[in-house]
Design a protein around this ligand. Structure first.
Ligand code: CA
Length: 409
């Protein structure tokens, strides 16, 4: 997993940021706080010293280690962010509108002109479509306009010291120290997101070691300041995760009347035979396999997606993210906007209703795992089965209509 998202905030360590910091403490409270904060700093220093043998074993010198942690205290803001729970999920159409806003598209057009040669060279070397490379760059940092201002070592050390997500951040921290050891970035410029995602396209340190490239040939894999390095690293990430050259990610389609919703995956030839057409009027590809994808149910825009769509999801597992990357990239290359209308808001389920829906499915004997309000593949599969039995279109999409149907069953 390349990146940590806010949903992981549910599994949270117990160290607490003193909320009174913002409330104007009394004298005795202030004294208590100073004591508790000193204790936290001691604990943090202890964690760092215990880290040293592991860092040394991975090739980090004492000089790099000391310079990395000099005068460091844990970052209370980072700890607070681990506790932030996102119960409200933005509707996918709002997400996509922001992904393809005119401001983002304008900036995208500009950087495409500025880096035309680099983009073309990266596409040729890795065999990954420029539209997707640009789409990732645009979605991750608005083409380098916000790459995160947190100190990477401090963020990772803070998360590792509280044991957030087990040993994940401890490993990322060691990988980050190795980046300093090899001087790919200056200590002062080693910046990223609160969870340690770094540079133009937001790599975690472990991804840096697996996939980062020195494309401009200056001896440093500089994903912060060198656009050619960052774009090549992204293309390499996608290629190594299975990007198939010459295959589209997918496209919007129109389904014929009487479409059999039980078919999910087929060759393009079979989709053609079933009367599926592209929304932009172009012909379906001759070769290849694709799945039908209903990001907002059968009432909204419908897509055929190939395995390349799933490769984009290796960057970030969200469907909305992958569609944002894909559509932004298409638009930058002269492609069309999504054509079908999105369903209305009144069909959207609130967090509590998504839990209600999962509980109802469980009552009917489906195994959807823990009712956590997150609609994963098991919930979708159960929904499809239920919809089919209830005489609804089996698109696996959770909306009010299907919740009402579940309630009377
Ligand atoms: Ca370089």
């Amino acid at each position: 997993m390349r990146r940590i998202c806010l949903f992981f905030a549910v599994i949270v360590a117990l160290t607490v940021v003193s909320p009174a910091v913002f409330a104007g403490p009394s004298k005795s409270e202030a004294a208590l706080q100073a004591k508790s904060s000193a204790k936290k700093n001691d604990r943090f220093s202890g964690f760092i010293e215990r880290l040293w043998p592991q860092a040394r074993a991975r090739g980090v010198s004492r000089a790099t280690f000391d310079a990395a942690f000099k005068g460091m205290t844990p970052d209370a803001e980072v700890i607070a962010l681990t506790k932030k729970q996102s119960e409200f999920v933005k509707p996918i159409w709002d997400y996509l509108a922001s992904a393809t806003s005119s401001a983002r598209l304008e900036r995208g057009q500009r950087v495409m002109r500025d880096y035309e040669q680099a983009v073309a060279a990266v596409e040729a070397r890795y065999g990954v479509d420029r539209s997707v490379i640009l789409g990732v760059w645009g979605m991750e940092t608005n083409f380098g306009s916000y790459t995160g201002g947190k100190d990477v070592i401090r963020s990772l050390a803070t998360l590792a010291s509280i044991g957030y997500r087990g040993t994940y951040f401890r490993d990322e921290l060691i990988n980050a120290l190795r980046i300093l050891e090899e001087r790919h970035v200056a200590r002062a410029d080693f910046k990223g997101s609160w969870a340690g995602a770094m540079g133009q396209t937001q790599f975690m340190p472990s991804s840096f070691w697996r996939f980062a490239e020195d494309f401009d040939g200056d001896g440093h894999k500089d994903i912060w300041k060198s656009v050619p390095d960052a774009l090549a690293s992204t293309a390499n990430y996608l290629k190594e995760n299975g990007w198939r050259s010459g295959q589209p990610w997918g496209f919007e389609v129109a389904l014929p009347k009487g479409f059999d919703y039980r078919v999910h995956d087929a060759s393009f030839a079979e989709w053609r035979a079933r009367g599926v057409t592209r929304a932009d009027g172009q012909a379906l590809p001759q070769d290849g396999q694709a799945s039908v994808f209903y990001p907002a149910g059968a009432d909204g825009p419908i897509f055929l997606v190939t395995s390349n769509f799933n490769v984009i999801k290796r960057y970030n597992a969200s469907d909305a993210y992958a569609l944002g990357v894909a559509n932004l990239g298409d638009l930058l290359q002269g492609g069309s906007r999504i054509q079908a209308a999105w369903p209305t808001e009144d069909q959207l389920l609130a967090f509590s209703q998504r839990i209600e829906l999962q509980r109802a499915l469980t009552r009917l004997g489906y195994d959807v795992g823990k009712a956590d309000g997150r609609i994963g593949s098991r919930t979708r599969e159960a929904l499809r089965d239920f919809q089919e039995r209830a005489g609804l279109r089996p698109d696996g999409y959770p909306n009010r209509r299907v919740l009402e149907a579940l309630k009377v069953n």
